[in-house]
Write a protein that binds this ligand. Structure first.
Ligand code: MLT
Length: 406
């Protein structure tokens, strides 16, 4: 008889954003006349850039003609896109990445969720708390997380608390704690919007190299950085020997619907002499047939001069939303974090409400949807996340509704 992967039965409830979507659907079904402003899941609302749309049209036209039609593409990505990523994305940071170190994919969610495949099944893992739930749930599915505790933690995961006291930056584990083999870091951070400076990131790289750990660096929000902070972990000395980096076109160029991302696995990154680059290439070419030709042409257009100008305008639009949320809530005397170099605003719930109490209150009384901090981990209890990805009108209206409610 077939048997299931029992690790799935140990997962609590449903995926955070599916859970929220269900609650919001139930609310709108019960109150069809109420207007809802969604600042929950970090999904973009502005249309794709004109350069991207025109590249998509062009690619569609090519698919309509036998002379230019393309079937299966290279599983790891077309050279035209990998070259642009190397030249433009990394080139402007002064970071040298070879095209065969870049693996084009359908987004950072899949890659951060799948990367564990190439590591030992019983690898030890560290994550921030609060954390993007994909890192934890995918390790739980793979049996690396152990058992779920009533505290909301998994017993085989090392949690790195990110609190107001430490500025939402994880501290290096004490030398008395066995070093985790795999460490997930995300900066600018989802959900707290915190950022890491080069000195603190260097400490993490040094720690990983000392202990033979691998850092998974999720840089999906790097395009929101406005201050002098690292955009890529490869700006840090030694990172090529210990870090894999994930990037996404979702929040940078509005590709949440059409899907595109990339992962960098430097050739120096080896364990027992085996290059992780080769293992990831083997994994991807076996389990993945590549991002679509259309999307990769769209991604290429993002790197044109005009494409860069257009996406920067959209990013500025969302950055202004972040400012409106941040300043609006600060003016109410609330404790507000993030939103300066990140599209996420992390706030302390007022009146000591729990994260879910605040979620329900906001939905029921103001028709505003956010994400409860506790959904990202126990250290997120008492916090709440709002995203800057709504329309400017809705963002301003949401803040006005919150102000009226409190
Ligand atoms: C979020 O809201 O945390 C993100 O949009 C989720 C994602 O990128 O998968």
């Amino acid at each position: 008889m077939a048997r299931i992967n029992e690790n799935y039965t140990r997962l609590p409830g449903s995926y955070l954003f599916s859970d929220i979507a269900k609650r919001v659907s139930a609310f709108t079904a019960a109150h069809p006349d109420r207007s809802i402003i969604r600042l929950g899941i970090g999904d973009v609302t502005r249309p794709l850039a004109p350069s991207v749309i025109s590249a998509l049209h062009q690619a569609v036209a090519e698919q309509a003609d036998a002379a230019t039609f393309r079937g299966y593409g290279p599983e790891l990505g077309y050279d035209f896109l990998r070259q642009k990523i190397a030249d433009v994305h990394y080139g402007r940071l002064g970071v040298k990445i070879d095209t065969d170190e870049i693996f084009v994919s359908d987004g950072a969610k899949s890659d951060t969720g799948n990367i564990g495949d190439i590591f030992a099944a019983d690898s030890t893992v560290a994550v921030c708390d609060p954390v993007y739930p994909v890192y934890v749930d995918t390790n739980a599915m793979a049996g690396k997380a152990g058992h779920y505790q009533s505290s909301g933690h998994w017993d085989r995961i090392l949690y790195l608390p990110c609190t107001q006291e430490n500025g939402f930056i994880p501290e290096i584990p004490s030398p008395h704690v066995p070093a985790p083999e795999l460490i997930y870091l995300c900066f600018p951070n989802n959900p707290t919007g915190s950022t890491i400076n080069a000195i603190d990131l260097q400490d993490w790289v040094d720690y990983a190299r000392r202990n033979g750990s691998v850092i998974f660096y999720d840089a999906a929000y790097e395009s929101y950085i406005t201050e002098d902070l690292p955009h890529s972990i490869y700006e840090i000395e030694g990172a090529r020997e210990c870090a894999i980096e994930f990037c996404s076109f979702s929040k940078t160029a509005g590709f949440t619907g059409i899907r595109l991302g990339f992962t960098v696995v430097p050739k120096e990154l080896r364990i027992d002499g085996i290059a992780l680059n080769s293992l990831w290439a083997r994994r991807q070419s076996t389990k993945f047939n590549g991002a679509s030709y259309l999307t990769q042409r769209a991604g290429e257009a993002v790197y044109s001069e005009q494409g860069q100008k257009e996406i920067r305008e959209t990013i500025a639009y969302y950055q202004d939303n972040a400012r409106v949320i941040r300043e609006g809530l600060l003016a109410m005397g609330w404790s507000v974090f993030g939103g300066k170099n990140a599209p996420y605003i992390w706030l302390k719930t007022p009146q000591n409400l729990s994260s879910w109490e605040f979620f329900d209150l906001l939905l029921n009384k103001a028709g505003v949807v956010g994400t409860p901090g506790s959904g990202f981990g126990p250290a997120g209890e008492g916090y709440f996340r709002l995203t800057a990805f709504g329309s400017a009108e809705n963002t301003a209206a949401a803040i006005e509704r919150i102000r009226t409610l409190f």
